[in-house]
Ligand binder design. Structure first.
Ligand code: ADP
Length: 557
């Protein structure tokens, strides 16, 4: 039945109008590629977003057209975030750290007509630009460095805006139409495009601010360290726009010193970053005692990979603020679950609380979960493992122009995440592994995530990865690859002793290797594929060297 409530479309321009009306004087602070700090307000920035949209319209950009960005996190990028969807076009963020071959594929596949690119990234952009036949206009943000030239057809961003009339954003938009698109970073395969609708963006923006998630308030100062090309900076720009939150953007300077400087000087209250970023920030903070006052921080949000208990504890000890563990995917906009404690768990002892906060948490409102294995849907008993399936208003229903991926969606409308989980009776999800990372040893599954989290608690361990390595007898065996903290020592045996009280004997890594650094994906995740390749012949090599394969000691019974 229609006509009972207003047919009010949930669209990005509705958030823009709200911020213009209510929050025009709130600040947006960013670091520019030259290192300088730039300050503006929502009022000024949104006026520039309107003029950008007016200019794009004059260039012939129509509703539905893809406008790509190849940029760091800064205020101009935010203008594109707000201006492009509000004119009905589609913001298409390109991951600046991908290989040029992947970028050429993605931009062509998405059909980008315009690319807005940072002058400091032109060198990388030129490596794939000519392979994207759909590009008609290139708009350059900032002055090109001395060794980089723009082409005569390229348009300067500031000149374009200066000469443009503001777009009225009045054209009626359907909340189901495309507003933005983002490709998965391809950790486990070919990048796939996810198209967000206006409706999904607005509902997701509401989600981040919900009381039980509580990561965006009007009174906050929010800093997205997570790149704006990674799942829309976890939706933070739209949530901040909705709430009227002051934003701080770090630009290209993602080194711990620059991040800590901004966290302190801008009195940041909530910051969003993957665990590898926080590891580096903590390390630097410890080496410079008293140098940074980050007492304004009330929450550090993290996800993208598992957040180990040691990191949760470390955040509180250093910053006096909790780290909030989130789980999500590009396909889920990305917020899927959040490990805040229920009222009941808030009464539990400290160890229980920490254990629950290190899980991936309970699904946020409007996200439904279930898990399935070969025997069917798994019970929520905290031990049965299955692949996590999700559905909800900000979960992708398909990938863009990729009919071959239809098998990632069930007939009854759920998305198959590829994550192997257990779910406890309260609905808390624990990620055991990505389906492709789980270690199959002697017919049983070993969780690399659990071993990595436990290793991270050792005082000498900075980072650890555990991968399944082909074994002649046991199918696979876990091998740990560890980066030691500067000035600390540990041995394979001492690490195995450290793990042994917490795991069955056959879970313990047979081999523990020490390296200077772990290979990472473009979004800061450990590149397990590369490690698996590197260690693929480990046992063959052991045998060839006539070493006793250590698995003999820790083999499945
Ligand atoms: P990609 O799939 O290319 O890595 P995404 O950023 O979309 O790009 O990654 C989503 C995946 O990241 C999830 O399927 C899950 O495996 C992993 N992930 C995200 N958050 C967490 C978390 N809190 N704990 C463990 N794994 C996580």
């Amino acid at each position: 039945m229609r006509g009972l409530m207003m047919d009010y479309q949930l669209t990005v321009p509705s958030l823009v109008r709200r911020a213009e009306t209510l929050h025009a004087r709130k600040e947006i602070v960013d670091r520019q590629p030259d290192g300088s700090i730039h300050r503006t307000t929502y009022g000024v920035l949104l006026n520039r977003a309107r003029r950008l949209a007016g200019a794009l319209q004059a260039l012939g950009v129509h509703p539905g057209d893809r406008v790509a960005t190849f940029c760091w996190n800064h205020h101009q990028h935010l203008e594109v975030y707000y201006g492009v969807p509000s004119m009905g076009a589609v913001l298409h963020t390109l991951n600046i750290r991908l290989h040029p071959d992947d970028l050429a594929f993605i931009a062509q596949h998405a059909g980008a007509r315009v690319v807005i690119v940072d002058a400091v990234l032109l060198g990388v952009f030129e490596k794939f630009r000519d392979r994207v036949s759909t590009i008609e206009h290139v708009i350059v943000v900032g002055a090109p460095p001395a060794d980089t030239a723009t082409r005569p057809v390229d348009i300067d961003y500031e000149t374009l805006i200066a000469g443009a009339s503001p777009h009225d954003f009045d054209a009626p938009l359907d909340e189901w139409q495309a507003a933005a698109m983002c490709y998965t970073s391809g950790t486990t395969g070919k990048p796939r495009g996810v198209v967000y609708t206006h409706r999904s963006i607005v509902l997701h923006a509401l989600g981040l601010g919900l009381a039980d998630i509580d990561l965006m308030r009007e009174s906050d100062t929010a800093m997205a360290i997570v790149p704006m090309y990674h799942a829309n900076a976890w939706g933070t720009p739209y949530s901040a726009l909705m709430c009227g939150t002051k934003q701080v953007l770090p630009g290209p300077r993602l080194d711990p010193a620059s991040l800590l400087e901004l966290l302190a000087s801008e009195r940041v209250t909530v910051a969003f970053g993957v665990p590898t970023v926080w590891t580096a920030v903590f390390e630097f903070f410890d080496r410079h005692p008293g140098a940074y006052d980050v007492s304004a921080l009330r929450a550090a949000a993290s996800g993208g990979t598992a957040v180990p208990p040691a990191m949760l504890r470390g955040c509180e000890q250093r910053f006096g603020a909790p780290m909030i563990h989130l789980w999500g995917m590009t396909e889920t906009s990305p917020l899927g679950s959040c490990a805040r404690l229920t009222e009941e768990l808030q009464q539990a002892d400290a160890d229980t609380q920490l254990a629950y906060r290190a899980m991936q948490g309970w699904p946020v409102p409007l996200i439904e979960i279930r898990a399935r294995n070969d025997a069917g849907l798994v019970p929520w008993d905290a031990t049965s493992m299955g692949e996590l399936e999700v559905r909800g208003p900000w979960v992708a229903a398909s990938y863009y122009n990729a009919p071959e991926t239809a098998d990632r969606f069930t007939d009854d409308g759920w998305f198959l995440t590829g994550d192997i989980v257990t779910i406890d009776p309260r609905g808390y999800i624990r990620i055991v592994d990505r389906a492709k990372d789980v270690i199959k040893s002697g017919g049983e599954w070993v969780s690399s995530v659990a071993l990595e989290s436990a290793l991270a608690a050792h005082p000498a361990v900075l980072e650890a990865a555990v991968v399944g390595v082909p074994h002649p007898h046991w199918d696979e065996r876990p091998v740990a690859i560890v980066v030691r903290r500067e000035g600390r020592t540990c041995t394979p045996d001492s690490l195995r002793d450290f793990l042994s009280p917490s795991f069955p004997k056959w879970w313990l890594p047979d081999a523990i290797e020490f390296v200077d650094a772990l290979p990472k994906t473009t979004t800061g995740k450990i590149l397990k594929r590369a490690l698996r390749d590197e260690y693929a012949t480990y046992y063959t090599r052991c045998a060839a060297a006539a070493l006793v394969a250590p698995a003999a000691r820790a083999s499945p019974a």
